[in-house]
Structures are given as C-alpha cells and as structure tokens.
Design a protein around this ligand. Sequence first.
Ligand SMILES: C[C@](O)(CO)[C@H](O)COP(=O)(O)O
Length: 226
Amino acid sequence: MNIGVLMAAGKGTRLGDKIPKQFLELCGKPIFLYSLEAFEKSQKVDGYLLMVPEEYIGYAQKLAVKAEKLKAILAGGATRHETTLIALEHLKTFNPKVVVFHDAARPFITSKLVDEVIEAAEKHGASTAAVKISDTVAYCENGFVKNHVSRENLYRILTPQAFNFELAYQIFQRISGDDGTFPFVQAGLKVAIVPSDYLNFKITFPEDYQVANLLARFWFESQRQT
Ligand SMILES: C[C@](O)(CO)[C@H](O)COP(=O)(O)O
C-alpha cells in the first residue's frame, strides 16, 4: 500500500497572519482541504496522515469529515524534518511501499500528479514534482548582481515528493534537511523529476495568497467537472 502525508504543521509566519496559512480559506474552503481532496481522489494513495500543529488537531478533526482515507491526524514537530520523522514512525505499523509527502500550502495539486510521483518512486526509489526555471538566475550580494548562473539544468523542487518507505525510514533518521529530496541526494541516491507546473506554487507571502484567491474560483469549477 501507498500512504500520503499531508504536511500542514507549519506556522506560516511569512504570510504575517495569526492563523497558519494552510487553514485560511480560498473560495470558502480551508487551504489544506484542497490537497486532502487530491489524496482522496488519487488512484494510488490508499490512506494518508494529516500533520497539523497540536492546537489545531480538534479543528482539523471537525473539518476533515469527508476524509474517507484519512488514517490519523497527528501533531507535527518544531521543524519540517521533525514532522517527517513523526509521520514515518507512525507509518511503521502500516509498512507502506511508498510514502508521498505534500505541502498543504500548495492547494492547486491534482490527483494525477500525486499518482505520477508515486509511480516514479515505485520505479526509481524516490521522486519529486519539479518545474524548470524560466527566468534568468543570478547570484547577488549586497543588492547587486554578481554572477549569472546557467539555468540550463535548474529546477524548482516542489511537492508531492514520494519515497520508498524502507529507504526513507532509514535515511531520514541519519540525514536531516528542510526538503525531503536533500537526505536522499546526500545519501547518494537518485531522485527522479516529475514535471509539474506553475499552478503548483506554495502560498508563502501575502501576494501568493492574493493570487491563490483569484485562481481558486476557476480551479473549483474545473475540478467539479472532472
Ligand atoms: C518541500 C518544499 O516545498 C520544496 O520546495 C519546501 O522545501 C518546503 O518549504 P517550507 O520551508 O516548508 O515552506
């Protein structure tokens, strides 16, 4: 079986709101529910965990009523890595083949992408959604451009990210990193790229939330038709 982990345990301080960003609403629906629905619709996710700040467990329980595949709502740790370890420890009892992590703050995710990332992890051991960089990239210092960097092979690493569970369990205990792909690469393992798109952006700053609000209405309509 394959298990998802919905990462909704962050504090979202960069957005400057009192409520963590994943619980703000888009079109009247809390942001984390968009990703939860993608896990529900996925053909390859058999169950999933929802990781939230401890004080939001009761709130999430009330909202996740239609979450048929939801296995547990757990309190996350102080960092992304700690939250990952808590989720992996809990998943030991399920002994999944693949574990797939997704940021709740990326609401414009499709179940198709979740399935593609899982398939790539089944084949290669690890995979991540990513998008090729299209702007010029430069190293800057003290407000000035120093050097241009070739963007030929540069990608932005997004989520979902999927890993063979056994490998992830061992590697994440030994090597920590803010991004799930980092420990795998440090361990000398391959992480396959699954092309994603710009809609799968992470709501981080206030302007991201504004754009997400504009997009959500159209997203809602298109998802209803699928
Ligand atoms: C995993 C990630 O979304 C890939 O880009 C990113 O590293 C998470 O960032 P955050 O620090 O949790 O906002």
